[in-house]
Design a protein around this ligand. Structure first.
Ligand SMILES: [Fe+2]
Length: 416
């Protein structure tokens, strides 16, 4: 009888761990930069431009023959979080337009055939005024009107893209976005293309009524994460379908005025963290997920022109209140969002028509878009516009400032 013996090595836990460690040491981590956002004109959508947009561009000499729209050049688009955070991470001089303007708006209103206040607390339409024709004195009065009424509308405009850039430069520091698409041409870097066809091509999926859930339907304020966040913001919709795509705005002055004096006092002087819409790779923690740019801002801020206090938090960008436990922060923020979003008496809903401009103050408002431009077939309605953002002051809270209702004598002896 023959006995066969065989030596079998049984892996021990230590062997396995050593093996894994050896493999892990040999691993190299690389980021596929070909997947990063491509600059220039990676996709020419000019053939899909609506007729009204083409007519506007042709009238005002915007050349889209190279393709449309355009992104910043490749070398300038941030890939890493620290690069995105470094964009405008310092104070830039800002002039508070409207501070010394005529409170009766005589020059501006002389050009209007009608001044229509759309609701009691927010929203005014100036009829008969062409933004293209306004001089600096009239724009200064407009800055004051926007600061007071939060959002001002102009229909039937023939607005040149160049004039839109100039108006943005007058109202503040024109925001040049590091990634977003702008109309073709370096001179239009401060305009952002707001276009249903572009959004459709970006998501790569067919939106339908049931599946359409987009970021901008969440109530938000634009660019609150900036060192100097957005002030006056100007969306010109040059082509809108017959129906759909309304926008709602809500007043931050009035949202603050709805709180009890004790709660107002609790919030004054506190800060909340605000985040960007876009997210970036953290070079020191590339597997930790994309990170947004974040800065803390005062929850109650004083408007430098009206001197009124406003509530500066929003569901789209605010993450937490500094100094509070996460649970406490969440309960308070959810309540503040509700005040802004559910108080219909401090809101205006606006129905766009082709050739309409809306100028609003992101320091003292939130807005939300109605995404009803899609149906079950995924038709996006081909809505197109250009938006400029004028960045404003470094946000501040002045303990001596008044609320709007206090300043207007509407709550003379409030003790509740
Ligand atoms: Fe927005």
């Amino acid at each position: 009888m023959t006995t066969i013996t065989e030596t079998v090595s049984v892996p021990t836990a230590t062997n396995i761990v050593d093996e894994i460690n050896k493999k892990a040491e040999a691993l190299t981590l690389s980021i596929d930069v070909t997947k990063r956002v491509q600059g220039g004109i990676p996709l020419d959508l000019s053939s899909k431009l609506p007729a009204a947009t083409k007519a506007r561009f042709d009238r005002h000499g915007l050349d889209y023959s190279r393709g449309y729209p355009e992104r910043p050049t490749n070398g300038t688009i941030p890939l890493y979080h620290h690069e995105a955070h470094a964009v405008r991470d310092y104070e830039i001089p800002y002039i508070a337009r409207g501070k010394d303007a005529d409170p009766e708006f005589k020059a501006l209103f002389a050009k209007a055939t009608e001044v229509k206040h759309l609701t009691k607390y927010i929203g005014t339409e100036l009829v008969g005024v062409q933004l293209n024709d306004l001089n600096e004195k009239e724009l200064d009065e407009l800055a004051l009107l926007i600061a007071q009424r939060v959002v001002v509308f102009f229909r039937d405009q023939d607005l040149s893209p160049k004039k839109q850039v100039e108006i943005a430069e007058f109202f503040g520091i024109p925001e040049i976005h590091p990634i977003a698409s702008h109309p073709t041409g370096e001179e239009y870097r401060s305009l952002r293309v707001i276009w249903s066809e572009l959004f459709k091509s970006g998501t790569g999926k067919v939106e339908t009524f049931r599946r359409n859930k987009v970021d901008t339907a969440v109530w938000h304020s634009d660019h609150p994460h900036e060192f100097q966040p957005a002030g006056i913001t100007h969306l010109h919709i040059d082509s809108n379908p017959e129906i759909g795509g309304d926008t709602l705005w809500s007043s931050g002055y009035a949202a603050f005025d709805k709180l009890s004096p004790a709660f107002q006092k609790f919030l004054e002087g506190k800060y909340a963290y605000q985040t960007s819409l876009h997210a970036y790779v953290d070079k020191d923690d590339p597997l930790g997920g994309l990170k947004k740019v974040e800065r803390k801002q005062p929850i109650v801020r004083t408007h430098p022109v009206t001197g009124w206090k406003s509530l500066y938090v929003n569901r789209g960008a605010t993450t937490r209140i500094e100094g509070l436990e996460p649970e406490e922060s969440k309960i308070i923020l959810d309540y503040l969002y509700d005040v802004y979003e559910k108080s219909l008496d401090i809101q205006v809903r606006f129905r766009w028509t082709s050739g309409t401009s809306a100028l609003w103050d992101n320091r003292v408002s939130q807005h939300s878009n109605v995404h009803d431009l899609v149906d079950e077939q995924g038709d996006a309605g081909n809505r197109h516009g250009t938006r400029s953002v004028s960045l404003a002051e470094v946000p501040f809270f002045d303990p001596k400032s008044l609320s709007q209702r206090e300043a207007q004598g509407l709550d003379p002896k409030r003790e509740d």
